[in-house]
Design a protein around this ligand. Structure first.
Ligand SMILES: Nc1ncnc2c1ncn2[C@@H]1O[C@H](COP(=O)(O)OP(=O)(O)OP(=O)(O)O)[C@@H](O)[C@H]1O
Length: 340
């Protein structure tokens, strides 16, 4: 990936908010708001893979869905190639949908059981008028080959395939409209461990071949480390840290990131033995009634009184390493003091 190419944002997300009105109580008698994403801003650069990590319920999938306007944002903007998608009407979004696609976690429920693989791949080509009718069959065969299957699978139905093969077909379907940006929403979590690596390698191969940009959502940090150029860490609807992969794995700054990374196993047994795991207390708080101030303060071992009151902004600590923690300097000097 050329440096100049990598610095052009394909997506610019600014102050993105997504709230879901829900009914709560034993009989659904009360109304409440789920604050799934609360003021998230970040860029995704052309040709890169941005990994999005965080515990379950932190808002990762909602972020991916809202970027693609599958969920309409409550407020904030999502600029794709300079156009604010949140302002477009559904009809106007149709032409954008060709360029932005998603690969879901569950390959079992995303394919229409009544369509052959060939039909499933031809459909987006017809809808988005990617090529002439005559060109569709060769293009379908090429896509099937590109995802590592044999072209003779075109006449078969989804139920005839294993989970890994179905995910290959879902990837081919996402590619069928010739997109440039794909949200990969936990694309390997539903698959057998033995085939997860194959799907990751496939995603990396086709990224190069098709010039794709990815938002790669996952909770498995080892996988994120393998595939991402940059990594964003999310907690309860907020971004806590975002940086280049190497920077975030070698020098995590936010206490939440440090705790998450401490759970990633190291290949070197000597490093693994000497590592200190940080166990996070409790679970992620409820997104209906998130904690005041820093949302992570209820589980942070460095939290002080001020963390309950002030909402931390993402601050650039150099080289695009952004962190949202008002006690960062104090934590660093506390830690330097304990290691001296
Ligand atoms: N359609 C919806 N209606 C109401 N609440 C929702 C909806 N979708 C998501 N949520 C809530 O929004 C919050 C964020 O959910 P989201 O699925 O985005 O998190 P996640 O980080 O992707 O989690 P996971 O890894 O479990 O998929 C959660 O509290 C979830 O319950």
């Amino acid at each position: 990936m050329a440096e100049t190419e990598s610095r052009q944002p394909i997506m610019r997300v600014k102050n993105l908010v997504k709230e879901f009105p829900v009914k709560i109580g034993a009989f659904g008698e009360k109304s409440a708001i789920v604050h799934a994403i609360d003021g998230v801003s970040f860029d995704i650069y052309r040709g890169e893979t941005l990994g999005l990590v965080g515990e379950s319920g932190c808002g990762k999938s909602t972020t991916g869905f809202t970027l693609l306007q599958l969920y309409r944002p409550t407020s904030g903007t999502v600029e794709y190639d300079g156009v604010d998608l949140s302002k477009l009407k559904e009809k106007e979004l149709r032409s954008v949908r060709k360029n932005v696609q998603i690969v879901f976690q569950d390959p079992y429920s995303t394919l229409n059981p009544r369509m052959t693989i060939g039909e499933a791949l031809a459909e987006p080509m017809r809808v988005h008028k990617i090529c002439s009718e005559k060109e569709i069959q060769p293009k379908v065969a090429q896509l099937i080959r590109d995802v590592g299957l044999s072209p003779n699978v075109a006449n078969r139905y989804p139920h005839e395939f294993s989970g890994g093969q179905r995910q290959r077909i879902c990837i081919a379907r996402a590619l069928a409209s010739d997109p440039e940006f794909i949200v990969c929403d936990e694309p390997i979590s539903a698959l057998d461990v033995s085939i997860q690596a194959q799907i990751i390698n496939l995603l990396m191969d086709i990224q190069e071949k098709y010039n794709l940009t990815y938002l790669f959502i996952a909770h498995d940090l080892a996988v994120v480390r393998h595939i991402s150029d940059r990594v964003a860490v999310m907690y309860l609807g907020k971004l806590m840290e975002i940086a280049d992969k190497k920077e975030i794995f070698d020098n995590p700054l936010h206490p939440y990131t440090t705790a998450l990374l401490s759970a990633v196993p190291e290949a070197d047994p000597d490093i693994e033995r000497s590592r200190k795991r940080i166990i996070l207390k409790g679970d992620v708080s409820n997104a209906i009634d998130p904690p005041s101030g820093c949302r992570f303060h209820t589980r942070c071992r460095f939290a002080a009184e001020e963390c309950k009151k002030r909402v931390p902004e993402l601050v650039d600590k150099g080289k695009g390493h952004m962190v949202a923690c008002i006690r960062l300097d104090a934590i660093q000097s506390e830690q330097a003091g304990t290691t001296e």
